[in-house]
Write a protein that binds this ligand. Sequence first.
Ligand SMILES: *Cc1c(COP(=O)(O)O)cnc(C)c1O
Length: 429
Amino acid sequence: MKYQTDRAFAEKMDAADALRSFRAQFHIPKMKDDRDTIYLCGNSLGLQPRTTQPAILQELKDWQELGVEGHFRAKNPWWPYHESVTKQTAALVGARPSEVVVMNSLTVNLHLMMVSFYRPTPERFKIIIETPVFPSDLYAVESQLRFHGHDPAGALIKLKPRKGEDTLRTEDIEDVIAKKGKQVALVLIGGVNYYTGQYFDIARITKAAHAVGATAGFDLAHAAGNVAMKLHDWDVDFACWCSYKYLNAGPGSLAAVFVHERHGKNFELPRFCGWWGHDPKTRLKGIDFDPAAGAEGWQLSNPPILSLAAVKASLDIFAGAGIDRLREKSIKLTGYLEFLLDSLDTDAFRIMTPRAPDARGCQLSLTVRENGKAVHAQLEKAGVVCDWRDPDCIRVAPVPLYNSFADVHEFTRLFAAALGLKDKLREAV
Ligand SMILES: *Cc1c(COP(=O)(O)O)cnc(C)c1O
């Protein structure tokens, strides 16, 4: 792709964008003067689809008018409601429908998955994670280790980038897994790292874990709805993700899990149980627990329908756009951001996210050399929504569903101004 620095180029790209109409399906937060903000924070909280409110109101109305009868007589009956989001969820991550279910929240699901898939023995008990690791994942993994009587100091292996590098090399990850070999029980990696934006090679990491007899699990909080995956074909054991980042289902909304088919039919696997994971045909009989086949067998409770309505509203939009088409646009859009940032030709910041498009999602993480916090504050004042992560990182995520090439151009112009690169700005953008 050949990019140009002038604003007219951005406008031309937007005009030619087959997905441009999707932006109008979202509420874009406004500035005080009623202009749209430049919202580049879908990696943290995705925007609200215009269809979300009516979808939730429908459930409130059915509850008002039908009470308990809504379980079977609502427009979208609540009893099987979770099944209505299964197919689209599976399509997003490259799974078979029986391999996914929408339930609980992300950290809860990580624990439930580790109950089944972290089964340490005296010889094999170590867990490998990446760094920087999202705090919740660290706490979940450490507490699982302690729960099984292991000290994280010796049992938790943290992958670190080489000196002078920002991100991990796949061959180094493979090396550590191979070296620790039979001691490794679980390799748990973020599909896309929340801080650096690195998209890991899930297939190769899974293969390396399996080669030493370990289980491979992934936290896809920053991958789901961002990159196109093939969890089934890649033979991933399990994965978890939330729906409020790229999946636009609202703050704290329901999460999802993937359990590979070969485990979903293994009823000997230990698991924590609840009535919703029971075979739905005999769910109310109170007989011995008889899990539903597939990921559904890990459910505990009947799901919150208001949140599920938001998940469904959002997934309907994804189904219309298609994750492959979104990814195709995303690669262009983030490539454009990279191009414009490079054109500023400065050492005031650097891009820590990998340069290869297949090693990242839409997010670029920028390390600002000096006064990063002030730069971020100035961006905020100018109407840019992106986030700041200590000690020196600004994360910028152009989302293909609702961000435009013009957004990216405007961001770069404002970023250059915030860095005091006025002359550069004139030359470049
Ligand atoms: C966002 C995020 C979480 C958040 O966990 P919740 O249980 O949804 O609060 C956890 N892990 C990662 C990697 C995340 O990016």
